[in-house]
Design a protein around this ligand. Structure first.
Ligand code: FAD
Length: 287
């Protein structure tokens, strides 16, 4: 099924995310977690793409297994370290496996520099165009309510989103955020700029204090006081932190649905227990 049809439906949807293993040793445990999350019957599940593409086969394999379990899958694909020929090979592989949905991404610029001084793709919008020309996929892209760290300013960032959409992205999934007002403000700016594809908010349940450092490096703005107090109070108590993080994410999701947003994506990070707790908290809301 095409994801655009799921997120445009007049019914709340809830999707989850898994990431592939870095090495084959962990493949079985990732598949076990994926299977448990799939049993929750999410609207769809996304499978991320390892930085640099070294684990691309796992992304395709997990996305394909999800289809066999009856769950629509969204395979992520990055382009900054790939050649056109490699991208075409990957697209053929995804198509052969029956995968219909791709999240077209640039990927982070590797810390040790680009593989090529003259990369074949510089932006996700170029990959979106390539996938559109290849044909047959529903294409999504990433967006950043607080601005992408590399962008000069918010206006330029939204201009590049416009190109992404013109080049074939039918929906956008957001980077995590912890204050829904940031999302509402962003949606208004997209509307004013004429970017009118559905935007799926990405919600990260923070369930342990060690996640916070990474989040701060991604987040452009100060974290909300309510969130900071929660981490201050429960960061040293793993069970309490997990419970509080799930409650905070649930509260964000309910507020999004209440404000008319129908599709929400949860960064479930290979954690079936977290995905299940969130789904249970919303049982009547998404019924
Ligand atoms: P782009 O859309 O290309 O944007 C990158 C920067 O370039 C932005 O600053 C943008 O404003 C600017 N820009 C874009 N187009 C133009 C243009 N035409 N002219 C000038 N400037 C332009 N990473 C992974 O490695 N694997 C994953 O699976 C993965 N999944 C993700 C899922 C989501 C929902 C999100 C939000 C991010 C994900 N990432 C993933 C991280 C992502 O790859 C990085 O944030 C990366 O730095 C940017 O990717 P992008 O697709 O947003 O890039």
């Amino acid at each position: 099924m095409k994801i655009i049809d799921i997120i445009k439906a007049d019914k709340p949807s809830l999707s989850f995310e898994v990431f592939p293993p870095k090495t084959s040793d962990n493949f079985e445990s990732v598949m076990a977690a994926t299977t448990e999350i799939a049993k929750l019957s999410p609207s769809y599940m996304s499978v991320t793409y390892g930085a640099g593409g070294g684990t691309s086969e796992y992304t395709a394999e997990i996305a394909s297994s999800l289809m066999k379990m009856g769950v629509t899958s969204l395979a992520h694909l990055t382009c900054i370290s790939s050649t056109r020929e490699e991208v075409h090979g990957l697209l053929r592989n995804l198509k052969e496996k029956g995968i219909e949905n791709i999240l077209a991404l640039r990927g982070d610029i590797p810390k040790d520099g680009l593989v090529s001084a003259n990369p074949e793709y510089r932006y996700a919008s170029e990959l979106a165009k390539e996938i559109r020309d290849f044909g047959g996929f529903c294409i999504g892209g990433a967006c950043y309510p607080e601005g992408h760290p590399d962008s000069e300013n918010g206006v330029k960032d939204i201009e590049s989103l416009k190109i992404k959409v013109e080049n074939g992205c039918e929906f956008l999934t957001t980077q995590m955020f912890f204050d829904n007002n940031i999302l509402y403000n962003f949606l208004y700016r997209l509307y004013k700029a004429g970017v009118n594809v559905p935007v799926v908010p990405g919600i990260m349940p923070v369930t342990n204090a060690s996640q916070i450092k990474r989040i701060c490096s991604i987040s452009q703005n100060a974290l909300p006081q309510q969130f900071v107090r929660l981490v201050d109070r429960y960061g040293d108590n793993p069970l309490a932190m997990k419970q509080a993080g799930i409650a905070y994410a649930t509260q964000q999701i309910i507020d999004l649905y209440a404000n008319g947003i129908n599709a929400v994506h949860v960064y479930s990070m290979n954690k079936p227990d977290v995905a299940e707790a969130i789904k249970n908290n919303l049982s009547h809301i998404i019924a």
